[in-house]
Design a binder for this molecule. Structure first.
Ligand SMILES: *Cc1c(COP(=O)(O)O)cnc(C)c1O
Length: 424
């Protein structure tokens, strides 16, 4: 039987009239484990990683998976075994890296609001680098390091002031947002860092946004960062590594981001041209490693046709898939076993008591109650953002490897959702 791979998600394919992940039929997984259910393809994750690895062949580069995209332990384990480090944004994420067997020396700690306790724990664990995001944080980190009798390895996150041309909520490299140190303040901040006895300057970093689908913002940011590297090193402060962050987009709905290897061929050509090609490089991809490696399976509960809108009510909701409610994000929604016949236009919505609880609007679907659907491109920023709103237990997660399905997180029971609470 010829397989028809889904655009953007080639490890998910129709064989005949049924949707498969690698060698397993998704409907079988849904029957066995219930819905909503997240299903990830290990091969898809490793293929996404391989595109970066090809791009960096022959270079000194460390890929640090930005784990907030999907921080499930088994997912971290896949990337740790493949040699990745991790970009973390909280002390909780550090504990996950340790629990998954990751190499703490390959961990970089980003984020604008690190607490003293988080800094201390990361120092004691032997973290690779702190990506410092403000001058105030630099002073606090110095104090914490001195109190611990250590020197904290630091890189300063600079804000290159380039427009990543993405959704305002996921654009981070413009002047008006809370991330990084302003371009003009960078040299002074490095001079301060170099003078503080509890700090060891090791690098520079930037991260301009997420779901970036064009090359130009990356090329512009690289030029801006290299200008700074030049100025900082001219001031006598050597930088061991340059970290270009993450942000590469994926194909949600006909988006055409450059493949990671093609993007890096261009970026490396620029680095070479400017004489930095042999520098230790770091990158922090999140979404592009996992986003199209996962889907969320859901069952149609009710059809509610109306005068203005037809609603297709499914058992997954905004607590499982927060991106549409949060960013008006688009996820394709497809049937696991398409029916013959004419499709209607449906708003696919969940059971949560919010009008914002929608997964897709005006979708052409031919469905009946009991049919199962796959919400595509659900590997990134879905389960890691999931909540228990409406006392809905979070979904189970399956990681597929060929013809093997591993349950990597069981479904939460109602008791799980209130186990930390106490009656008066
Ligand atoms: C979120 C984040 C990333 C990853 O972004 P993606 O768009 O998922 O690749 C990388 N670095 C930092 C500092 C981040 O906050």
């Amino acid at each position: 039987m010829t397989a028809k791979p889904l655009p953007g998600q080639p490890h998910f394919a129709y064989r005949g009239e049924e949707l498969y992940v690698e060698d397993l039929r998704l409907d079988d997984l849904a029957r066995q484990h219930g819905t909503p259910l997240f299903v990830y393809s290990k091969a898809a994750m490793l293929a996404a990683l391989a595109a970066y690895q090809r791009g960096f062949a022959g270079r000194r580069a460390q890929i640090c998976y930005a784990m907030k995209a999907n921080s499930s332990l088994a997912v971290l384990q896949v990337f740790a075994r493949a040699g990745c480090g991790f970009d973390i944004v909280s002390g909780g994420e550090l504990e996950r890296v340790l629990a998954a067997g990751g190499d703490v020396a390959k961990v970089i700690f980003s984020g604008v609001g690190k607490t003293r306790a988080e800094m201390r724990r990361a120092l004691d664990a032997g973290i690779g680098c702190f990506n410092v995001e403000s001058e105030a944080e630099l002073e606090v980190l110095n104090e914490v390091a001195l109190a611990a009798g250590r020197r904290a390895p630091v890189s300063i996150r600079v804000n290159p002031n380039v427009d990543a041309k993405t959704h305002p909520y996921i654009s981070t490299g413009l002047k008006g947002n809370k991330f990084g140190i302003a371009h003009e303040r960078t040299l002074a901040t490095y001079q301060r860092a170099a003078a503080l006895p509890g700090l060891q300057v090791v690098g520079i970093d930037c991260h301009i946004g997420s779901q970036i689908t064009q090359e130009a913002p990356y090329l512009d940011a690289m030029d801006r960062v290299l200008d700074l590297v030049q100025a900082i090193e001219a001031a006598g402060i050597p930088l061991h590594h340059i970290d270009f962050g993450g942000g590469l987009g994926i194909d949600y709905n006909g988006d055409t981001p450059p493949p990671a290897d093609a993007l890096w061929a261009k970026l490396l050509a620029k680095l070479d041209a400017r004489g930095y090609g042999q520098r230790q490089l770091m990158i922090e991809p999140g979404r592009s490693l996992v986003g199209n490696a996962g889907v969320c399976l859901t069952e149609v509960l009710y059809l509610k046709p109306g005068e203005q809108k037809n609603f297709c009510i499914v058992d997954a909701a905004m607590n499982d898939l927060p991106r549409p409610a949060m960013y008006e994000a688009y996820h394709q929604i497809v049937p696991l076993a398409p029916r013959a016949g004419k499709a209607g236009l449906w708003d696919v919505v969940g059971p949560v008591c919010e009008s914002g609880d929608w997964l897709g609007r005006d979708r052409a679907l031919h469905v009946q109650p009991g049919d199962r659907l796959a919400v595509l491109s659900a590997g990134a920023y879905c389960m890691s953002m999931a909540s228990n709103y409406n006392t809905r237990g979070r979904a189970a997660e399956i990681l597929v490897d060929g013809d093997q399905a591993h349950l990597i997180r069981r479904r939460e029971t109602p008791a799980d959702t209130f186990q930390l609470e106490k009656l008066l």
